[in-house]
Design a protein around this ligand. Structure first.
Ligand SMILES: C[S@@+](CC[C@H](N)C(=O)[O-])C[C@H]1O[C@@H](n2cnc3c(N)ncnc32)[C@H](O)[C@@H]1O
Length: 193
């Protein structure tokens, strides 16, 4: 698959999706940890349910994704809801955020391990990461079909090592009932207290 094919695949998925989707559990469960002000980035935002929530929380919200279809849908939802969100059609691997540019970065269901050091650099002092994605050891077996796109045990803790952890949860194979967080690992961490 060429890079262009990958973008097209995502454009098609977003076109077919039909709704904006729901906000990330790591955000819904930790809204009380959001800063009162500052600049937030929803990285690989998709159709932007998380960006909408961040913008409602009075953060100056930016949302980037390489799918022009996703960004167009997000812009329409933001307009309908009277929310200001700075959008960009942007390949975040080729063009990651600049150093010390955000107070909060949210990454939901987008696992690009090589990018993590750049995300940590992109945080301002006291800046926060909210991150969640699927684990390899599953109960419901939802999410990506390949383990490369899934987290190993405790992997988010390793990837964001050096940050102060405020919240961590991992619901892998040990679940006995399905919940909204089955098969997910979630972290909220900050650069300094
Ligand atoms: C599984 S979706 C998650 C979307 C959103 N974060 C959410 O939680 O609903 C992954 C998103 O990553 C975007 N994406 C994949 N690779 C990307 C890249 N290199 N640069 C920017 N966006 C990318 C896709 O277009 C898609 O919207």
């Amino acid at each position: 698959m060429t890079p262009g094919d990958v973008v097209e695949k995502w454009n098609q998925r977003h076109q077919e999706a039909g709704s904006q989707g729901s906000a990330a559990q790591v955000l819904l469960r930790n809204r009380h940890l959001l800063p009162h002000s500052g600049k937030a980035l929803d990285l690989a935002c998709g159709r932007g349910a998380n960006a909408m929530l961040l913008a409602q929380s009075a953060l100056e919200t930016h949302a980037w994704d390489f799918s022009s279809v996703a960004i167009a849908q997000l812009e329409e939802h933001a307009r309908e809801n009277g929310l200001k969100i700075e959008t960009q059609v942007r390949d975040v691997v080729a063009c990651p955020p600049e150093a010390a540019s955000f107070d909060l970065i949210l990454v939901s269901f987008f696992l690009e391990r090589t990018l993590i050091p750049r995300l940590i650099q992109a945080l301002r002092p006291k800046g926060m990461i909210f991150c969640q994605t699927f684990v390899q050891e599953v109960y419901l077996d939802r999410g990506p079909s390949t383990n490369a796109w899934r987290l190993e045990k405790n992997e988010l803790l390793h990837l964001f090592q050096g940050l102060q952890v405020h919240y961590y949860r991992e619901d892998g194979g040990i679940c006995s009932q399905p919940t909204g967080v089955s098969d997910l690992a979630m972290i909220v961490a900050s650069k300094g207290a």
